[in-house]
Design a protein around this ligand. Structure first.
Ligand code: FMN
Length: 168
């Protein structure tokens, strides 16, 4: 798939077929996503890969009832590693860690799309609830929840406005 086609064709998928996603496909896509840029090449991300139904149901609750979280065969909880990011002091902890995790997440989403999978970036969740469900240690900050599965239907593309900009 051409990069342009992947960028234009990726959609937020919120309904999934029940078909399982092979573990080795998830592993492969994560290993490709690590080629995303990160500050000083710190690769300051950590990924929980959730397949357990009870844990997925709990995550749906932590995501304020967004039901598609539990419906996806696999749910990633992508965290920023603040300990690693602290190499760059406060800027590393508060800014780079989130930027790095976001770059990794988007790379994963494009790769998943190329592999025929659907994903959606879920940012609306109770961080403390997610933390306690997965027993996440203090140095990791959950940044994004990404349900992954084969799309049940192709969502329509929400419109984009022209990029607001100024050439200087
Ligand atoms: C930071 C961020 C937070 C988001 N949080 C949610 C969310 O909690 N639930 C959801 O359904 N979609 C969420 N989205 C997905 C956006 O709604 C979606 O990307 C946007 O509407 C554009 O649609 P598209 O991804 O299909 O192009 C989030 C996206 C981003 C980047």
């Amino acid at each position: 798939m051409e990069l342009r086609e992947a960028i234009l064709g990726r959609r937020s998928v919120r309904s999934f077929r029940p078909d399982p996603v092979p573990d080795n496909l998830i592993e492969e896509l994560l290993e490709l996503a690590k080629w995303a840029p990160s500050a000083g090449n710190l690769q300051d991300w950590f990924v929980y890969i959730v397949k357990d139904d009870r844990v997925k149901r709990d995550l749906t609750g932590a995501c304020y009832g967004q039901r598609f979280v539990a419906e996806a065969p696999v749910v990633l909880v992508i965290c920023a590693d603040l300990e690693r990011a602290s190499y760059y002091g406060e800027r590393g902890v508060y800014l780079y860690s989130v930027q790095d995790t976001a770059a990794f997440t988007y790379a994963f989403m494009l790769l998943a799309h190329e592999a025929g999978l659907g994903t959606v970036w879920v940012g609306a969740f109770d961080e403390n609830a997610v933390r306690s469900i997965l027993n996440i240690p203090a140095h990791l900050r959950p940044v994004v929840v990404v349900p992954v599965g084969y799309p049940a239907r192709e969502p329509r593309a929400p419109p984009r406005e022209k990029v607001r900009k100024e050439w200087v």
